[in-house]
Design a protein around this ligand. Sequence first.
Ligand SMILES: [Zn+2]
Length: 340
Amino acid sequence: MDSIKSYTIIVDSIKTDSIKRDSIRVDSFKTIVAQQGDGIYKILRENGYPAKDYYNKFLELNRAKIKEYDNLILGETYLLPILEIKTEPNPNIYSKDSIKRNPDLMYADTVYDDQLKGAIIYLISGHGGPDPGAVAIVDGNTLCEDEYAYDICLRIAMCVEEHGGKAYMIINDPNDGLRDDKYLKVDYDEYCWPDLEIPRDQNLRLKQRADAVNDIYEKNDSVKYQRVIEIHLDSRLSSSTVDVFFYYFPGSKKGKLTAETIQNVFVEKYAKYQPNRRYTGTVGERSLLVMKKVLPPEVFMELGNIQNENDRKRVLDPENRLAIAKWITEGLINDYAKEE
Ligand SMILES: [Zn+2]
C-alpha cells in the first residue's frame, strides 16, 4: 500500500505546483485524455495493463476526477499507474478455465484489508440453469437477467474477499469468469452449490438454493456474522425506470438493518455523484421462499429491470456492475462494524 501513498503525494504536487512538473518526476507516469466511450477498463486494457489488477490503482491515482459508477470525464487527463512486474498467478483463483468446484476457491487475487474478516457472505444470483429470468432483445442480442445477476454476484464475491471476508457463490457457472462484455452471452449450464443441477420447477429450484446456504451455514454456525445477498433485475415496474430496491423477510431485524445499511451507501453515492437526481429506491418487507428458508438474514435486491432501457444502462457497462458490487460490499462492511 506504500506505493499508493506515494502516488497520492505526487498527484497533490501536480495540483499545487504544476509548473515544477519536471522536478517531481511526473514523467514517470504516463497520462491519457479520456475520449468518448472510454472507461477505466478500456483505457487500462488498451494500454497493456491487466485491467482487473490495476483498476483500484487507477481509481486511487485519479480519485478527484472519477464520477458516479467510476465513470470518466470526457476530455479530462488521467494518470496511468506504474506497471509492475506480474507475480505468479495463484492456482486457487477463479478463472475462465477453472472448472474445479473447490470450497476454498478464492474470488479475489489480493486481500487489501480485514474489514470483513470473519464474515461469511452467501451470494445468490437470481434464476440460472434452465431459467434465464427476465429477457430483453437489444441490437439483436438476447440479454438474460440471470447472466447479469451472476456477473454482479461474482464481483461482490471478489470485493468481499478483497476485504478479508469469505464469499460463497451459491449459483455457479464453471466456465463464466468475470466478463467485461456489454452483452453477456446466454448459457444454461449454471449449477447450484456444490454441484447440483438446477431443476425446472420453481419451488424445487428455490428450495435447492436455500438448502445449499443452510448446509454451509450449519458447518459454520459459530461464525457470528453471516448474510445472504440475492440479486435480481426483474423489478415488477418494468415500464418505468426504477431505482435499486431492497427487501428483507418480514420481522427479520437483522435483515432490515443490513438492507437499510446497504441502502444508505446507495443514498450517499447518489447524493455525491448525482446531486440533482432524487434517489427513490426503498427498503421493504417481502415474503419470498428463499428468504423465508435461509438461516442467515438475507437482503434481496432488485437492481431494476433488464427490460427497461434506463435500468439496463446500470448493468450493461461492466464498470457500473463493479461499482454496484463495491457499494453493496461497502454496505456490508458498515453493517459488520455495527455488529461487532
Ligand atoms: Zn429475477
